[in-house]
Design a protein around this ligand. Structure first.
Ligand code: ADP
Length: 272
């Protein structure tokens, strides 16, 4: 099955069997009906009282101020808010690209702050897939080679990872573009390659920074459908930072940041 044929939100074939879960369910209704206790129970990532400040000149800017939130597997979460609200800082902390000044970030029962540098880069390589606004593909590599990059950085040999890279490209609907270089692909196709690359290590968490920011509305909607499938089909957590409120409204949960604080946290079908 390819994920490009409108499967978003209709089927879920979880890689982790869940209690009491019917196989054919409406994912949005499912996510909306979970209560917080259940969310805690299924927590993949839990932030508690996280604060991060930057000092510029004599001034201190609180980029994140006492943020507590829990992310579950199978959830597509968007983070919105005005420029400077702390969205990128939040994404960086979730991806262990930066560390909080105080508070705790637990990922599958590991405290990220307690990891040493090597463990943090291992965490980034194996547990997190990143998708960026400008795709960040390597121009001299073909689509499948770009998809394979995380495995190559992890020490695998090109020949041993080709078939997985090709499978992932087929999954995102680009099976026939494997040998194309980024300059021969459209923006939407490049972002599909980037999503396939983010999946290469089979990470439980995908972090997307404005993934539709450089795409037209229709192509952006297709990438949103793809990311929805990525979250629902494989029980991953997908966290997307965006300015695009329409895109955000199609996700399972919308978190609003304002001046580094949690404004609202609303699930699809529930009032903010
Ligand atoms: P957003 O992504 O919502 O636009 P950011 O997380 O980038 O917000 O920034 C939050 C606040 O922290 C802003 O006031 C920004 O200027 C400040 N900030 C972010 N990163 C740095 C940094 N590396 N050095 C100094 N200040 C920063």
């Amino acid at each position: 099955m390819s994920w490009t044929d409108g499967q978003a939100g209709r089927h879920r074939t979880s890689r982790h069997a869940r209690r009491d879960e019917p196989q054919m369910i409406d994912a949005h209704a499912d996510v909306a009906s979970r209560n917080n206790e259940d969310l805690d129970d299924r927590a993949m990532l839990k932030m508690t009282d996280v604060t991060k400040a930057y000092r510029i000149g004599g001034q201190t800017v609180r980029a994140l101020d006492s943020i507590s939130l829990t992310l579950a597997g199978g959830e597509f979460v968007s983070v919105v808010g005005p420029s400077g609200a702390g969205k990128s800082t939040l994404l960086h902390l979730l991806g262990a690209l930066d560390t909080p000044d105080s508070g705790s970030i637990r990922f599958q029962d590991r405290e990220i702050g307690d990891l040493n540098d090597d463990q943090q880069s291992e965490f980034r390589r194996h547990s997190v897939g990143f998708v960026f606004q400008f795709f960040n593909l390597l121009p001299t590599m073909t689509a499948w080679e770009n998809v394979a990059v995380p495995k190559l950085l992890d020490g695998a040999r090109m020949a041993n990872v080709k078939s997985r890279a090709l499978d992932l490209l087929a999954l995102v609907g680009l099976g026939d573009r494997a040998e194309h270089r980024p300059s021969e692909l459209s923006g939407g196709q490049m972002q599909r390659v980037a999503v396939a690359r983010a999946l290469m290590m089979d990470p439980p968490l995908i972090l997307a920074d404005e993934p539709t920011g450089n795409l037209d509305t229709k192509t952006g909607a297709a990438i949103m459908a793809l990311l929805t499938d990525v979250a629902h089909e494989e029980d991953r957590s997908v966290v997307m930072v965006t300015h695009n409120l329409e895109a955000a409204s199609s996700t399972d949960r919308v978190i609003t940041l304002q001046d580094g604080r949690l404004g609202s946290d609303a699930r699809a079908g529930e009032p903010a």
